[in-house]
Ligand binder design. Sequence first.
Ligand code: CMP
Length: 143
Amino acid sequence: MRTLIIIRPYAVIRGLVGEIISRFERHGIRIAGIKVLRLSKVLAEKLYREHEGKNYYDSLIENMTSKPSVFAVLDIDVLDDAHATSLVRKIIGDTDPALADMGTIRGDFGLRIDQNIIHASDSPDAAQKEIPLFFDEKEIVEY
Ligand code: CMP
């Protein structure tokens, strides 16, 4: 199964990209596509449509568009899609860094929920919608 991760600006400017990518690689998860880009407002609003109206929405869009993020398509070769999603959730940890277990990406490096350092599609459906926002099929490599 493929999923999308976004290593958000807070992690990019702190130089945590390699550390974060290696945590997925150590599980045998393959990087099928990767790029650095500063998100446009239009794309940020599409990505976070579900959060529109929340009190943190405007600052979320501002944060995501002010500096670059690293976008990666991960190829997770496990027996079923539900296992892939729950493995990624376990590697990343709870949305709130204060609740995330130590040993997870957010638990080890996160500080504030409104400045999360990584985003991941939260279901196979979400991944199918989010990946095409940032990648053409020809930019994703099977190996
Ligand atoms: P992310 O996983 O990228 O997806 C949505 C983002 O909204 C999330 O990371 C947080 O940065 C932000 N977010 C979610 N809930 C809250 C909250 N209660 N307060 C502030 N920011 C939030």
